[in-house]
Design a binder for this molecule. Structure first.
Ligand code: 7TS
Length: 412
């Protein structure tokens, strides 16, 4: 696929009505994209169009509106398959988001395949949503958790330990693609290859990667890939689980109800195949439609271009912040994804975020749902600036100026 030419990034901002506002009397600088992205007009319009013209329940009716709605819903599934280079639309399960995708795997594949004494291997970088479901599964089955260690503030995994950790007891290796609190980009293709060579099933949490760089599940070589629509310009409430077809085939259903059945008796039910087996009840219909518009929008820009822009903003921010005194920076020194986490000496991250907000700059402070990682690094929280393609170097300059003002305010 050819890469679209480098876009005019500033012009793209015009597609986002929400960015054209002032907050506390200052132009909004939205640097909380790792939490959720903003939505372009084409996505908002796709939702309005659906509700104004086509709204009906899917798969059940044979009337015109139901046919249209079903067609749009299934077209979104096919578009999603293309977005991540899946082999077929049947490999795409719609969920509420990354969190639900991972819980689905834990509750179906995990319940069927894990037993006492087995090991679930994770990394110390994981978001709670790729950690807590596995802890719950371990409690139910008697399996144990093990972790690939992080080396320190740079947030890099110590992969020299990986071969020793991939013991015969390991049944699943679940790993984050891009860390939401450090900005680390993990070599997931290599990590999956090393696990698969030992017959271990792999899951990649793509919440921070899917909308930021080209994703090819075949090239990554994982068994499951999870991501959220709302972080890639789509609506909230829609997410994706991709599964390798031979793995999905063997998985029991999770939630029972309408839509996932072939036939039901009072004492027995036969289930549909994937993906419908895993989509009980009326699904989020407008969500996939909005997500379809978002994927079209992103691929018109080109995720190669988005990735380059992300990396440029992150490197620029890192360089500017590193020049300040009394600042601790987290994440890799080079090759980082589009976010920067930091702490100012003697200033709580929440104070940084509160004061930045007064200046119109939206940051996030806290543990970023990576509490064990924060504890390992000896901190409770960090302040984080996270970028998307509509952000600019001028906004980074403004943010750094505000951080300097905050340091002055606290006597630094
Ligand atoms: N995995 C990673 C790596 C994430 O960054 C997030 C959300 C999730 C999973 C969960 O996604 P959800 O859509 O199911 O909630 N990360 C963040 C964040 O960094 N700030 O707010 C949410």
């Amino acid at each position: 696929m050819s890469v679209p030419p480098t876009p005019n990034w500033s012009a793209l901002r015009e597609d986002f009505p929400i960015l054209q506002q002032q907050v506390h009397g200052k132009p909004l600088v939205y640097f909380d994209n790792a939490a959720t992205s903003q939505k372009p007009r084409s996505v908002i319009r796709s939702l309005v169009h659906y509700y104004e013209h086509d709204n009906a329940n899917v798969h059940r009716g044979i009337h015109e509106l139901s046919n249209r709605s079903t067609g749009a819903f299934e077209a979104a599934r096919a578009r999603t398959a293309k977005f991540i280079n899946a082999g077929s639309a049947d490999e795409i399960i719609f969920t509420r988001g990354t969190t639900e995708s991972i819980n689905l795997v834990a509750n179906t594949w995990g319940t069927k395949n894990l037993k006492a004494g087995d090991v679930i291997l994770l990394t110390e970088l994981e978001h709670h949503s790729n950690l807590v479901p596995w802890q719950m599964l371990a409690q139910r089955t008697g399996a144990k958790l093990a972790y690939v260690p992080v080396t320190g503030d740079e947030g890099l995994l110590d992969l020299s330990q990986l071969d020793a950790l991939l013991t015969p007891q390991v049944k699943l290796f679940a790993m984050v693609h891009i860390s939401n609190s450090m900005g680390t980009v993990n070599p997931v293709a290599e990590m999956c290859a090393r696990a698969r060579a030992r017959g271990i099933t792999t899951l990649v949490d793509g919440a921070q990667s899917a909308g930021h760089l080209p994703v090819d599940v075949a090239a990554i070589g994982c068994d499951f890939f999870a991501f959220s629509g709302h972080k890639i310009c789509g609506p909230t409430g829609i997410g994706v689980l991709w599964g390798r077809p031979e793995v999905l085939d063997g998985m029991p259903p999770w939630q029972g109800g309408g839509e996932m059945i072939l036939s039901v008796g009072y004492h027995h039910t036969d289930y549909k195949h994937a993906p419908h087996r895993f989509e009980a009840g009326t699904p989020d219909i407008s969500g996939p439609i909005g997500l379809h518009a978002a994927m079209d929008y992103l691929d018109a820009i080109g995720r190669e271009n988005i990735w380059r822009h992300d990396q440029d903003l992150a490197a620029y921010t890192y360089e500017q912040l590193a020049a300040l005194d009394n600042i601790r920076l987290f994440g890799p020194k080079s090759g980082r994804a589009g976010l920067v986490s930091f702490l100012l000496k003697d200033v709580h991250a929440h104070d940084v975020v509160t004061l930045a907000d007064q200046a119109g700059v939206a940051l996030r402070g806290g543990h970023h749902c990576t509490q064990p990682l924060m504890h390992k690094l000896g901190v409770e929280s960090t302040a984080r600036a996270s970028f998307y393609f509509y952000n600019t170097r001028a906004e980074v300059d403004r943010c750094v100026e505000v951080v300097r003002e905050i340091q002055k305010f606290f006597g630094g």
